[in-house]
Design a protein around this ligand. Structure first.
Ligand SMILES: Nc1nc2c(ncn2[C@@H]2O[C@H](COP(=O)(O)OP(=O)(O)OP(=O)(O)O)[C@@H](O)[C@H]2O)c(=O)[nH]1
Ligand SMILES: [Mg+2]
Length: 317
């Protein structure tokens, strides 16, 4: 072999090693299975059985998406994942997902044109159980936040609204840190169907709240989805006022009944008006990752306590 050829080979090898050093170490970022004690199938959505164990081992916020058929639940989580694929979302970057393939598949299906006129996600199977999607994000200083987002068919919520005996089958609700009700803004612009839709939407929240299936600590979010449908040509001012009025009505009815009740506008897939763009997802992640306020575990001093023993707490504080 000539000197020149040998020199080239050595240079190539050195460059290859240098390249390797700069490569994303990938696997090393994964939470080791020994640390979580879990053998989750990383490429599938997580089933109900595995999720409790996962939550027991990893500090996680669980987000439950509630909404009737075609409200946009699957598209919302697919779009959120898609945003992270494109780069940082607000102050967070993507760190890891144990449901990568499941996320990618939903994203692909949500964007796919196929034989349809426009992109659309296939309906989540009615008979299928609840599934969870795992997203781990990191903030500017590298602190990681784990989020589990549930997805199930809207038909299950519809059935539980009509027959409260089925509420116990919504097994994801007791573990919710956030319960997000997806309100389809597009349906509020349709004068013929809006009254029925508004009634059903309200009844779903009532059914869940009045029957005690919403955890008392869970934060309730109304996500007004498909914002692009409110901003497309031909939507009159009356429709926008209708949405604002309905939001106010919901606030009046539910805000005082739950720990936290907020309404946010989002757009996951602006197919009715591209100018709307993707709206509200980075703020959503921000809220979901917000650390819980520190609780002071010390006992409260008793005022005018009769016993010396009970006065001690006051003396110490
Ligand atoms: N214009 C518009 N369409 C949306 C948006 N988000 C979702 N969609 C469409 O709404 C339809 C239903 O979305 P899905 O995400 O499948 O709804 P889902 O709540 O998961 O429905 P089920 O699985 O049947 O319970 C799809 O055709 C989506 O493309 C949005 O932000 N804007
Ligand atoms: Mg779905």
């Amino acid at each position: 072999m000539s000197d020149n050829l040998m020199q080239n080979e050595v240079t190539e090898r050195v460059e290859a090693v240098e390249d390797d050093d700069t490569l994303d170490p990938g696997e090393e970022f994964e939470t080791p299975v020994e640390a979580t004690g879990l053998q989750l199938r990383s490429n599938d959505a997580i089933s109900q059985g595995a999720v409790s164990e996962f939550r027991g081992n990893v500090r996680t916020k669980t987000v439950v998406l509630v909404g009737e058929q075609k409200a946009g639940k699957t598209t919302l989580l697919a779009s959120l994942f898609g945003q992270f694929c494109d780069g940082p979302v607000g102050r967070f970057t993507f760190a890891e997902s144990r449901t990568l393939l499941a996320f990618s598949e939903r994203r692909h299906l949500a964007l796919r044109k196929s034989q349809r006129k426009s992109p659309s996600a296939p309906r989540t199977s009615r008979a299928g159980p609840v599934h969870f999607f795992h997203l781990c994000v990191a903030d500017e200083v590298g602190e990681r936040f784990n989020i589990l987002i549930s997805d199930r068919s809207g038909e299950a919520f519809d059935a539980a609204r009509r027959n409260t005996q089925l509420l116990s089958r919504l097994e994801e609700l007791p573990m919710a840190d956030f319960v997000c009700f997806l309100l389809d803004a597009g349906k509020l612009t349709n004068k013929e169907t809006r009254a029925g839709y508004k009634r059903k939407f309200r009844e779903t929240i009532r059914a869940l709240n009045d029957n005690g299936v919403l955890p008392s600590t869970a934060k309730i979010e109304i996500l007004v989805t498909k914002l692009d449908k409110l901003q497309r040509k031909g939507v009159d001012l009356e429709a926008l006022e209708e949405v604002a009025r309905y939001e106010a009505d919901l606030r009046t009815e539910f805000a005082a009944k739950v720990t936290s009740f907020e309404i946010y506008q989002v757009c996951a897939l602006p197919r009715a008006n591209l100018e709307t763009g993707v709206v509200g997802l980075s703020e959503m992640v921000d809220r979901w990752c917000l650390p819980d306020p520190v609780v002071d575990p010390r006992p409260m001093p008793v005022r005018n306590a009769a016993r010396y023993l009970d006065r001690l707490v006051g003396v110490w504080t």
